[in-house]
Design a protein around this ligand. Structure first.
Ligand code: FMN
Length: 258
């Protein structure tokens, strides 16, 4: 005969009790670790902004970022800096808006749906503001403008940065840091050998199939990854167009950074 401890009631009690304890531990861990996860994410984005600005092998990311990079919000329609927080869909002081800037995450309050005809990068939703980052030299002069870009590759949205000279035309670097492209094929968008081929190219840049040569407006696409290459081409074209950073870049040419 079963002893008291093996009764169905007690067994169920232990199972339910154990489930409850585990559920509480897991949810407490999730809640408590969230700020740490966000901080790590912010650091990862900052590391990639620094890399786009030419800072590699950075030991203390936050310190180097704060010493050399300024993050600001820009109104994409007017091209002007957002100074009044109350007018902004994004928050100038919010870490998530400044460093975790993913269109797909934004709800209808903070973003609008893009018509297909206007959605070259395939982002579907668009905000009226965007963060931009400025790398400054020791005397505080802006040397590099770093634009966050995002666009559809073959398997999903690719997130990256386009670093431009203050002439707004010369590409200093490109850096994709998050994507779903296939390693060895589309994933080669992160290959330093390929990203180096972008240096000193002049906007507008076309991605072509093996015919770029020394043409300053052309870059060779990745072989075996034409679809990803087309996605990259569309992404940079969209974000430098009048529908995105075009008005801001025009303001820079008019002296907005002086
Ligand atoms: C499993 C698998 C994964 C692939 N991943 C990619 C990719 O990430 N990016 C891409 O452009 N093409 C990828 N392709 C290849 C595309 O289907 C297509 O063949 C290629 O983009 C054509 O490029 P090419 O004209 O340079 O040969 C993949 C194909 C297979 C079978």
């Amino acid at each position: 005969m079963a002893s008291n401890n093996e009764s169905i009631g007690k067994t169920l009690g232990v199972v339910v009790g154990l489930c409850l304890v585990c559920a509480v531990v897991v949810s407490m861990a999730a809640v408590q670790l969230r700020p740490l996860q966000q901080a790590n994410k912010t650091q990862d984005v900052q590391r990639n902004i620094l890399a786009a600005a030419g800072f590699t092998d950075v030991k203390n990311v936050s310190e180097t970022f704060n010493a050399n990079i300024e993050a600001r919000l820009v109104n994409l329609e007017s091209g002007e800096f957002v100074t009044d927080k109350s007018l902004s869909g994004l928050d100038v002081d919010n870490e998530i808006d400044k460093f975790d800037f993913e269109m797909t995450k934004f709800d209808a309050k903070r973003s609008f749906k893009l018509e297909k005809a206007n959605d070259l990068a395939g982002v579907q939703r668009m905000t009226t503001e965007s963060p931009v980052y400025f790398a400054k030299n020791d005397s505080g002069k802006v040397e590099t403008i770093i634009l966050p870009v995002q666009g559809y590759g073959l398997w999903g949205i690719m997130y990256g940065f386009l670093a431009l000279d203050t002439d707004t035309k010369t590409v200093k670097a490109i850096n994709f840091y998050k994507h779903n492209e296939t390693p060895g094929l589309g994933g080669e968008i992160q290959n330093p050998k390929w990203t180096a081929t972008w240096e000193d190219k002049q906007l507008p840049v076309d991605i072509v199939k093996g015919t770029a040569g020394n043409n300053v407006h052309k870059v060779d696409g990745l072989s075996g990854a034409t679809l990803t290459s087309v996605g990259v081409d569309n992404t940079f074209k969209f974000w430098t167009s009048d529908k995105a950073f075009g008005p801001f870049l025009a303001k820079v040419r008019e002296g907005a950074l002086n």
